[in-house]
Design a protein around this ligand. Sequence first.
Ligand code: GDP
Ligand code: FE
Ligand code: FE
Length: 201
Amino acid sequence: MKSKKTVEHTGKYTPYAREELMQKIQMRMSERRFLHVLGVEETAIALAARNGVSLEKASIAALVHDYAKERPNDEMELIIKTHGFDPELLEYGNNIWHGIVGAYLVEKELGITDEEILQAVRGHTTGAKEMSALDKVIYVADYIEPGRKFPGVDEARIIAMENLDEAVKYETKHTLQHLIEQEAKIYPKTIDTYNVWVSGK
Ligand code: GDP
Ligand code: FE
Ligand code: FE
């Protein structure tokens, strides 16, 4: 299946041709998650075009953003323990690990070394105090891609097409609300993002 707005990969950011990269990603996840990834790519490209971001970087970052989402916990824990990651991460789960540790795996296994792409992957779940335009594109596209269905997603989509920063604010506020509602453990970086993008704006 080809997504509607496919962007050509020049080979500048990945050693693999598009089809091969897609295969490597698809192999690592359920069909449902792969469809989510394709949805994030399509949305990221649209947001990138509106915000002066490289379409190719948006495409690649979107395709790899959840690469580590279905890795077994023991494998992720081992990487955290042996590769200099903050041990505090061990108090969380894959929801928090897959971006941070995922960026490491994307570099190691997919040969993507572009720091802007890796940073967008690293921060896609929690956001960050400082976010590049590419970081925002991936963070927001992940939240509003066409397969997402939750109360408020349509409003988030409208905001995102008008103002990317406002979309970051909306997403951060509503995600934190949802996490508190669930009595989930909040990762400190999620709060940092809230303090800058919600309370600070
Ligand atoms: P996905 O990988 O496409 O499902 O989306 P994300 O990577 O954005 O988020 C994965 C999950 O992590 C979502 O359910 C978020 O609500 C959740 N999440 C985001 N921030 C935090 C946090 O600080 N703590 C916890 N426990 N979960 C979080
Ligand atoms: Fe994710
Ligand atoms: Fe995702």
